[in-house]
Design a protein around this ligand. Structure first.
Ligand code: SF4
Length: 219
């Protein structure tokens, strides 16, 4: 059966899911949200891109706040920035932006912090690219993530490995939403920066060490 608009998930949920399934569950099943310094800074960073500006520099056009969706992937979202660069007169690859001609299309995501050791941000960006591909009937090979703390762009290649990880994350998130079961709290290093730590209340690292210690000691 073809999914309809109500079955679609926000692309940003994949970033939560990849970071921590419980965080994704708290936000998207329980509608929990707590602001901390990081989320507040992230919101400020997104204010400009949410204004829906358009810029044209050195042959590259930038469109912010672009809405995308994919019925095949069951995703929707509003992209920080889509960059396009004209490469020919046909086919019309960026009609959704009101442009004629053939354009190379790249999603650009803005993050307040710095590159992390995991693939959460890259999965989110790859999902954006896959939605754009469905809308434009093109192949998108690369995108960028701009990190506010280091004021630098990281280039991301959408290779098979990243696409497969992204598809896995979509499946896992969809399964969690349909099960309506909140994943358990499992302490990890990222808990320290998680705005939901007060609601989630994962065990502290010392509790875990003590439990493991007792298990080892007492069997
Ligand atoms: S506190 Fe840790 S376990 Fe709980 S939601 Fe945040 S990252 Fe996940």
């Amino acid at each position: 059966m073809q999914p309809n608009d109500e079955d679609l998930h926000p692309i940003s949920a994949l970033q939560h899911m990849a970071f921590c399934p419980r965080q994704a569950g708290l936000i998207h099943l329980d509608q929990a949200w707590e602001e901390n310094q990081r989320t507040a800074e992230g919101r400020t960073l997104h204010e400009r891109v949410d204004e829906g500006y358009r810029e044209f520099r050195r042959g590259i056009r930038q469109f912010s706040g672009v809405r995308v969706q994919s019925l095949r992937l069951q995703l929707y979202g509003r992209l920080d920035v889509v960059e396009v660069e004209k490469v020919g007169d046909a086919p019309d690859s960026a009609k959704f932006l009101g442009l004629s001609g053939d354009w190379v299309i790249r999603p650009v995501e803005f993050k307040r912090g710095e590159p992390k050791g995991d693939d959460c941000d890259r999965i989110q960006l790859c999902a954006q690219a896959m939605c754009l591909e469905e809308m434009t009937n093109t192949t998108i090979t690369e995108g960028s993530i701009f990190y506010g703390k280091i004021r630098r762009r990281d280039e991301v290649v959408f290779d098979d490995a990243l696409r497969n990880r992204t598809l896995e994350m979509i499946t896992a998130f969809d399964a969690m939403i349909h099960s309506r079961r909140l994943p358990p709290a499992v302490w990890m290093r990222g808990c320290r920066s998680c705005s939901l730590i007060g609601i989630c209340q994962p065990k502290s690292p010392s509790d875990f060490k003590m439990k493991e210690y007792r298990r080892e000691l007492l069997g």
